[in-house]
Design a binder for this molecule. Structure first.
Ligand code: Z5A
Length: 210
């Protein structure tokens, strides 16, 4: 068995179903019998979780403040959890990572993509995901699912056009990195989504059985 630990991220906009996807990925890693941790962004580490509370609970944040806090949290997360984990041979699954900043802060809030890329180089450096599952859901489908939830945080309260721009952002990233970012059609039933993810994960069997 190859002992190179892999870094897998899950992305998607509101109501995409990342929680279900996460369970399907975990099942595959358990079948492969590889050690793994599950983490999330913003957050995933003590200080980063404190920053998450500011990000999600503040009534108003300037877009640049939001962007800088996302990357401050990410840098703590990368340096204290992701990088050491991978070095020790532990696989890392993260619910969201840097693509979310391009989609939400870049496309959603309209911040400069070159500036975001510069922050990415500074804070993430070589710790890039090996595989990203982008759960692509139409905003009207995702927002309907999410509306079942009782309380919405600051970002979840944004309107339909914002989530349309997020989807454009993810499309743009997928076109830029087609080898890494794989599109999952998340408009379909839970079972159909699980099947697509399982079969995609199985196509990476060579990672563990070279
Ligand atoms: N954010 C950012 O702006 N910039 C960044 O760089 C980063 C993040 C890293 C994090 O909030 C927020 O931060 C997020 C992006 C922003 N804001 N938004 N929007 P979070 O972690 O609290 O929220 P989230 O990432 O959006 O996660 P979530 O809401 O928990 O997950 P989800 O993908 O939206 O969905 P879910 O909980 O798995 O499913 C939603 C519901 O739909 C649930 O009731 C399911 O049972 C149901 N569901 C799921 N799949 C299906 C299918 N296929 N059919 C029918 N129903 C389904």
């Amino acid at each position: 068995m190859s002992n190179k630990a892999r870094f897998i991220t899950l992305e998607g906009s509101e109501g995409a179903g990342k929680t279900t996807a996460l369970n399907t990925v975990k099942n595959q890693l358990e079948q492969w019998q590889v050690p793994y941790i599950v983490t999330r962004e913003p957050g995933g580490e003590e200080t980063a979780e404190l920053i998450r509370d500011i990000l999600l609970q503040s009534k108003h944040l300037e877009p640049i403040t939001e962007l800088l806090l996302m990357f401050a949290a990410r840098h703590e997360h990368v340096k204290k959890v992701i990088e050491p984990g991978l070095k020790q041979g532990t696989w890392v699954i993260s619910d969201r990572f840097v693509d979310a900043s391009f989609a939400y802060q870049g496309f959603g809030r309209g911040l400069d993509l070159d500036f975001i890329q510069h922050l990415e180089q500074l804070t993430v450096d070589k710790n890039q995901p090996d595989l990203t599952l982008w759960l692509d859901v139409a905003p009207e489908v995702g927002l309907k699912r999410a509306s079942m939830r009782s309380e919405k945080d600051r970002i979840e309260q944004e309107n339909h056009d914002f989530f349309k721009r997020i989807r454009d952002g993810y499309r743009h990233r997928q076109a830029q990195y087609p080898q890494r970012i794989k599109t999952i059609d998340a408009n379909r039933s839970v079972q159909a989504v699980q099947e697509q993810i399982s079969s995609l994960m199985q196509s990476y069997d060579h990672w563990v059985n070279p």
